[in-house]
Ligand binder design. Structure first.
Ligand SMILES: [Zn+2]
Length: 340
């Protein structure tokens, strides 16, 4: 696919963490407002907040979130960061994004979880009004946090169900905190009417994908990189029509694949699994959705129709209403059929 066509395609982003996607310049500016005196050169600062190549582990990757989270403790800052993410979507022709975050991370200076969610909605709405970008929000429950904290996050999310918060996610260390521990919370989320997506099989554990579907009602799987190890898991994904939110660079950063070419994404496409393309974290993984497509196209020689198919998948399995999906499909049809 020619770069020009890729840039012009309307794109959909289903797996994007707000705290992992704060603009570096904004982070630095907000840190200075809070009294930060460091005189980091741009390259030094990037090293603190992004993984430019590989880390040794997911834990090390997760450390990169400390700085952005430190500046995401006020309504104004959250609003600005959400607005800028929508503006960034516009600059690479992303027409719909599901922004995810854990409100709990932003309550360190006294904000209530509801304030956090409202500030993100306000900022993103402001962006939506200015740019032609639709959005919804996904609230991340956290594997390492207590039942009480996660329950509080779920009930804060409930207040915004039907007004921008559409789904619940589960993020964090899936080895130490397996699916079984979260059954009650996700039964509740399901009964309240939330969509559900779960980070699973990001590291080596494919059983966690099976369990997320079986026990936690997952409708989509975040990453699913380990599914390639199990025919049974891939059959479940295929039979139940469960898409994967694939994040290639992020998986490379955390050392799950040695090289981009070793990523199972192309095998998944060839096996007819439902694949969507995502960044996970624009800033922490130092990437963009367009860049993810460029990497995938150049490494796996995806055809134009395979590329467009990943966008169609993302539209079909987005947690938005049918009217929005129709509009997105129209945009894709118009550009996707255009001659090179
Ligand atoms: Zn993620």
């Amino acid at each position: 696919m020619k770069l020009e066509k890729l840039l012009s395609l309307p794109k959909i982003h289903l797996h994007c963490h707000l705290d992992g996607s704060v603009r570096p310049n904004t982070m630095l500016e907000l840190m200075k407002q809070d009294g930060y005196m460091g005189k980091d050169k741009k390259e030094e600062f990037i090293n603190k907040i992004a993984v430019l190549d590989k880390t040794v582990s997911l834990e090390e990757y997760l450390k990169k979130f400390e700085i952005p989270i430190s500046v995401m403790q006020s309504k104004e800052n959250l609003k600005r960061i959400a607005y800028e993410l929508i503006e960034d979507c516009n600059s690479e022709n992303i027409k719909y994004i599901e922004i995810r975050f854990a409100p709990w991370f932003h309550c360190k200076n006294g904000l209530a979880m509801e304030d956090v969610i409202q500030a993100v909605i306000d900022g993103a709405n402001e962006g939506k009004a200015k740019f032609d970008v639709e959005f919804n929000l996904i609230i991340c429950l956290l594997r390492h946090e207590s039942y009480e904290v996660n329950k509080e996050q779920l009930y804060a999310a409930k207040k915004f169900l039907g007004s921008k918060v559409v789904a619940i996610d589960l993020a964090g260390d899936e080895q130490k905190y397996p699916a079984d521990q979260f059954v009650e919370l996700f039964d509740k989320a399901k009964s309240l009417g939330f969509h559900i997506t779960i980070h699973a099989g990001e590291t080596g554990n494919f059983e966690n994908i099976d369990k997320s579907i079986e026990l936690l009602h997952a409708e989509r799987i975040g990453h699913g990189t380990a599914a390639i190890k199990s025919e049974k898991t891939m059959k479940i994904l295929l039979d139940k029509n469960i898409p994967l939110e694939v994040c290639v660079t992020s998986n490379y950063n955390t050392g799950i694949v040695d090289r981009i070419i070793d990523h199972p994404i192309y095998k998944y496409i060839k096996k007819n699994l439902i694949v969507t393309v995502n960044t996970d974290n624009n800033t922490v993984s130092n990437t963009t959705l367009t860049n993810e497509y460029i990497k995938i196209i150049s490494n796996f020689r995806l055809t134009d129709s395979e590329v467009i198919n990943t966008i169609e998948n993302a539209i079909s399995f987005a947690f938005c209403d049918e009217g929005t999906k129709d509009k997105l499909r129209q945009k894709l049809l118009y550009i996707g059929n255009a001659k090179d």
